[in-house]
Design a protein around this ligand. Structure first.
Ligand SMILES: Cc1cc2nc3c(=O)[nH]c(=O)nc-3n(C[C@H](O)[C@H](O)[C@H](O)COP(=O)(O)OP(=O)(O)OC[C@H]3O[C@@H](n4cnc5c(N)ncnc54)[C@H](O)[C@@H]3O)c2cc1C
Length: 241
């Protein structure tokens, strides 16, 4: 069968991941405008040593660095971040929800009509010259979905019921919006696992975007850097739990 060219496709769109930090822990124990989330973590940490009266912005940063280097990372559970992720696939969201120390809310394929879904196309499929075929497969999946949705409604199912059963023919590539709220310790752990060659390209890309963004809010992740090892594999250091 002749597969449709991308520009001939109607209703489905290729998407690329975007992340937005929509919330982060706000300290309420100081009127000082510069007192930020890192100072809050340091303040909680100082409870162990009863050195809260010795806190300065510089000594707080030194304390957090010292704890991170020593693997005393439970202190980072005192802060959390809320991140909205759009344009990534259900394959990605299935991977990210395996991390258990976080709040999660995901777009519902029961309540939402997927008749015009967005999708992710793996770079390797493009590099292999299979992009047009892949787009055609997405369009076929959409047509199957719409067919089932229509027939199920004709059979008497509500829109909600029709959506939830028609979705069984949707591919893993379908984009799915998700909001995650990990604490900083869990996010460090997620970076450690997902910013390596072993992680799939999409979750790697999403976590790279998150790392690039979160460093504007806190220094807790400053030690996490992505690098190529001696074998040419991607890895990151820092982030140990
Ligand atoms: C490269 C890669 C490939 C993968 N491939 C597969 C695969 O083929 N099949 C598959 O099923 N999964 C796979 N996974 C998912 C993986 O098995 C984990 O589910 C996922 O990485 C979540 O991380 P985590 O288990 O460290 O726990 P998280 O949920 O992120 O928790 C962080 C840490 O908290 C602790 N913790 C959390 N819950 C408990 C608990 N109940 N009891 C004790 N300690 C706990 C553990 O120390 C854990 O490491 C893969 C992950 C990666 C990174």
């Amino acid at each position: 069968m002749q597969q449709p060219r991308p520009q001939e496709l109607e209703g489905i769109t290729e998407m690329y991941p975007e992340i937005e930090i929509i919330g982060i822990t706000i300290p309420t124990c100081s009127d000082d405008f510069d007192y930020g989330v890192d100072d809050l973590i340091a303040d909680a940490t100082r409870t162990a040593y009863q050195t809260n009266d010795k806190a300065t912005p510089h000594s707080n940063q030194m304390l957090l660095k010292h704890c991170a280097a020593g693997g005393h990372t439970s202190i980072f559970e005192h802060a959390s971040v809320t991140i909205r992720i759009r344009g990534a696939s259900r394959a990605f969201t299935h991977q990210v929800v395996r991390h258990r120390h976080q709040g999660i809310t995901q777009e519902s394929q029961r309540y939402c009509d997927e008749g015009n879904f967005g999708f992710s196309c793996p770079p390797a499929i493009k590099e292999a010259g299979l992009e047009d075929q892949f787009y055609g497969m997405m369009e076929s999946a959409r047509q199957n979905y719409l067919y089932l949705q229509k027939k199920l409604k004709e059979a008497g199912l509500s829109s909600h019921r029709a959506n939830e059963d028609a979705r069984f023919v949707l591919p893993n590539a379908v984009q799915s919006e998700i909001v995650i709220s990990p604490n900083f310790a869990e996010l460090r752990h997620m970076f450690r696992l997902r910013l390596t060659t072993h992680a799939q390209w999409e979750i790697f890309n999403v976590f790279k975007l998150i790392l690039e963004e979160i460093v504007h809010y806190t220094h807790v992740f400053d030690d996490i850097k992505v690098y190529f090892d001696d074998h040419g594999n991607l890895d990151c250091f820092g982030g140990s739990c």
